[in-house]
Design a protein around this ligand. Structure first.
Ligand code: ADP
Ligand code: MG
Length: 338
């Protein structure tokens, strides 16, 4: 969907929302919510305990901001910062501050994970089309070629420019949504929202507490059920709760599941014991939190748990393919009632 069209849809939804909420006055929580399709996923923003038309305006502003970030960070939007870097033939490209931020974070995540997380996987992820009507496993030769281009060491930041050596392509899909979710939280707070939930396709940031002062309870998606069905919840207050799973984007071919978390050494989806993972941390670390969720999916539950235990301020919950849950000591989790 084009950006323009998405905005129209989002404005349309918003108009509908305001109309439905002015009628009866039966909205004790003064809850205003809107959804839109951005960053290739369903995004929802809900603001509580605020003047309703002010809240609706803020939510619309947050979605505009989201579209703006997407137009800089997406590798598939022509003219985005990332697109310009990817097509500059190695020359330095002047980019926005946000793009510099996300790329620096991505490079840091690359170092911390010894290259398991690598923002230069773009040529590989280009080959795997999970949205095609009849998705195909790419040819082995194409995968080998794409794998040979990967290497985050080829990304150089100099002042406000980024250059990308070799024949690689940058893909910020494993980190951008987390980063943006915090930026939207910041925007809401700066403009007076005290209680809000931002959810960018499983990248949740809880702004403040619930209006009554208690913690939010953020649901953790059940990988094997319909959307909105949860395995349980974790309390959150000014925190990011980021869930990612191999169930998100996938297809099945000849009895084998292919999903969107790619081992940069092989070019194929990673295979281990995890179905989904949830990472929690302070809101402002949401960008790294998103990268860590991808890193955990790449590492498996035992190594992923050790990785998160070594990071101060981060907690993790792993939902394993055998249906069991493993978590770090500080991760509060309340299972859903059967
Ligand atoms: P989701 O986008 O479903 O929330 P993630 O946050 O785990 O899931 O990110 C997955 C995305 O990260 C992929 O769609 C792709 O764009 C990118 N990606 C896949 N494999 C890697 C990798 N090894 N390193 C960095 N990014 C990756
Ligand atoms: Mg991620």
């Amino acid at each position: 969907m084009s950006l323009f069209f998405k905005r129209i849809v989002s404005l349309g939804l918003l108009a509908l929302l305001i109309i439905t909420q002015t009628g009866c006055g039966a909205n004790p929580e003064r809850k205003v919510s809107d959804s839109g399709f951005y960053l290739d996923t369903e995004c929802t923003i809900t603001v509580y305990d605020m003047d309703e038309s002010e809240a609706a305006g803020l939510i619309a502003g947050a979605f505009d901001l989201c579209a703006d970030y997407e137009s800089k960070l997406s590798k598939t939007i022509e003219g985005s910062d990332v697109d310009r870097i990817n097509n500059a033939g190695g020359k330095p490209v002047k980019v926005s501050e946000e793009t510099l931020d996300v790329i620096s974070l991505g490079l840091e995540a690359g170092k911390e994970s010894d290259g398991a997380f690598d923002i230069t996987v773009g040529r590989i992820t280009d080959l795997w089309d999970f949205k095609a009507e009849d998705p195909k496993v790419p040819a082995e030769k194409d995968i080998r070629e794409a794998v040979s281009t990967v290497g985050y060491e080829n990304v150089k930041i100099d002042g406000d420019t980024v250059s990308l050596g070799g024949d690689a392509k940058i893909d910020l899909g494993g980190i951008a949504k987390g980063y943006i979710s915090y930026k939207l939280a910041e925007y809401l707070e700066e403009n007076g929202a005290e209680h809000a939930i931002i959810n960018l396709g499983g990248n949740v940031v809880a702004v403040g507490t619930k209006p009554d002062g208690s913690d939010w309870k953020v649901g953790i998606q059940d990988p094997n059920a319909e959307r909105q069905t949860v395995i349980g919840s974790t309390p959150a207050k000014d925190q990011a709760v980021i869930t990612s799973g191999i169930y998100e984007r996938k297809f099945e071919k000849d009895g084998k599941i292919y999903h969107h978390i790619i081992d940069p050494e092989t070019g194929y989806p990673v295979e281990n014991d995890i179905e989904g993972v949830t990472i929690k941390c302070a809101s402002e670390d949401a960008g790294m939190c998103d990268a860590y969720s991808t890193i955990c999916l790449l590492k498996g539950s035992a190594e992923g748990k050790r990785f998160i235990e070594s990071k101060k301020g981060f907690e993790a919950l792993f939902y394993k393919k055998d249906g069991t849950v493993v978590k770090t000591d500080g991760m509060d989790f309340e299972p859903a009632e059967e």
